[in-house]
Design a protein around this ligand. Structure first.
Ligand SMILES: Nc1ncnc2c1ncn2[C@@H]1O[C@H](COP(=O)(O)OP(=O)(O)O)[C@@H](O)[C@H]1O
Ligand SMILES: [Mg+2]
Length: 294
């Protein structure tokens, strides 16, 4: 990873913020909204149902470009990206390998500074932002990366608790209990004291997910968060995310190739060669997903 990354996504992080009941309860039944089309519109029944009364966008990119490297090795990784995401939206991001999805996601979470164009997260302009400003912003963001990055010397509960410890507002609460409740919801109630080395890959990933969800971040970013999970735990995770989006107006942006979870999206964005696909390309993509024979 290049040094321009404000924070290394391969390292453990915790996200947080947003007010409300800090002890999430069991996931409700999933609903299956049809994904809406259009790379810069909040549309579709689910988007309308979850949109808050009068809040501005959570994330707004205008004509964002990003380059890696220099000289002959200069790579134009993001090209003229404009995108507006509203509170409580669940956005699924897909596209070929190497197209720029992770680069975009890290930018949306303030892990990467914006070189060109305008990037506003939670109302703050991040073009040319200082490291301190990016770090402060990241307290509102939960990340779930492909590699789980747990602290190997801490048990499952302490790993999740760490995320709460970053926030003053949890200090007078029973953080052990909050961590345990979150792990229970992810089916790990009997593994609270287990060390990561004694957990399976799927269990570790669920601990990492618990760590990202427990502090109720305003923005939750996932890079293939369910890839290492079996079907049932994948669905549990997705249901929990959907519940957060509905009840806490958490904005969720997830990179995934998992067709099975497309149904929770209010919106699907496709990145191809550094660009966002237009509405007709998105329609063709969705058609292929629904009817793979064509
Ligand atoms: N830190 C980096 N330094 C140089 N090139 C990078 C770096 N990260 C990504 N790239 C390049 O940028 C492009 C987009 O990468 P990435 O965002 O990881 O794609 P995706 O997540 O869609 O697979 C690729 O060509 C990749 O090789
Ligand atoms: Mg990637």
């Amino acid at each position: 990873m290049s040094s321009e990354l404000a924070m290394d996504p391969e390292r453990p992080q915790a996200g947080p913020a947003s007010q409300g009941d800090p002890s999430p309860s069991a996931a409700g039944p999933p609903t299956l909204p049809a994904p809406a089309l259009g790379s810069d519109q909040a549309t579709g029944p689910a988007a309308i149902a979850t949109a808050p009364a009068a809040a501005g966008p959570v994330i707004r990119l205008q004509q964002v470009n990003h380059w890696f490297g220099s000289g002959d090795n200069r790579k134009h990784a993001l090209k003229d990206i404009s995108l507006t995401i509203d509170p409580g939206q669940i956005v699924i991001c897909t596209g070929p390998s190497g197209s720029g999805k992770t680069t975009l996601l890290t930018m949306l979470g303030g892990l990467r500074s914006c070189q060109d164009g305008s990037l506003k997260i939670l109302g703050q302009e991040l073009r040319g932002a200082s490291k301190e400003k990016l770090a402060e912003l990241r307290l509102n963001v939960g990340f779930i990366f492909q590699a789980h990055n747990l602290m190997m010397f801490l048990n499952a509960r302490r790993n999740v608790r760490l995320s709460l410890e970053l926030h003053d507002r949890f200090f007078d609460q029973n953080m052990d209990q909050l961590a345990a409740t979150m792990l229970e919801q992810l089916g790990l109630g009997d593994r609270l004291d287990a060390m990561p080395a004694n957990l399976s890959g799927g269990q570790r990933q669920r601990v990492a997910i618990a760590r990202a969800l427990v502090s109720q971040p305003k923005i939750l970013l996932g890079d293939e968060p369910t890839a290492a999970l079996d079907k049932e735990s994948g669905r549990t995770v997705v249901n929990l995310m959907q519940k957060m989006a509905r009840e806490q107006q958490t904005t969720i942006i997830m990179v995934t190739h998992d067709n099975k979870i497309l149904d929770i999206a209010d919106r699907i964005i496709i990145v191809e060669d550094g660009r966002l696909a237009n509405a007709s390309q998105e329609a063709a993509f969705l058609q292929r997903m629904r009817d793979p024979a064509h």
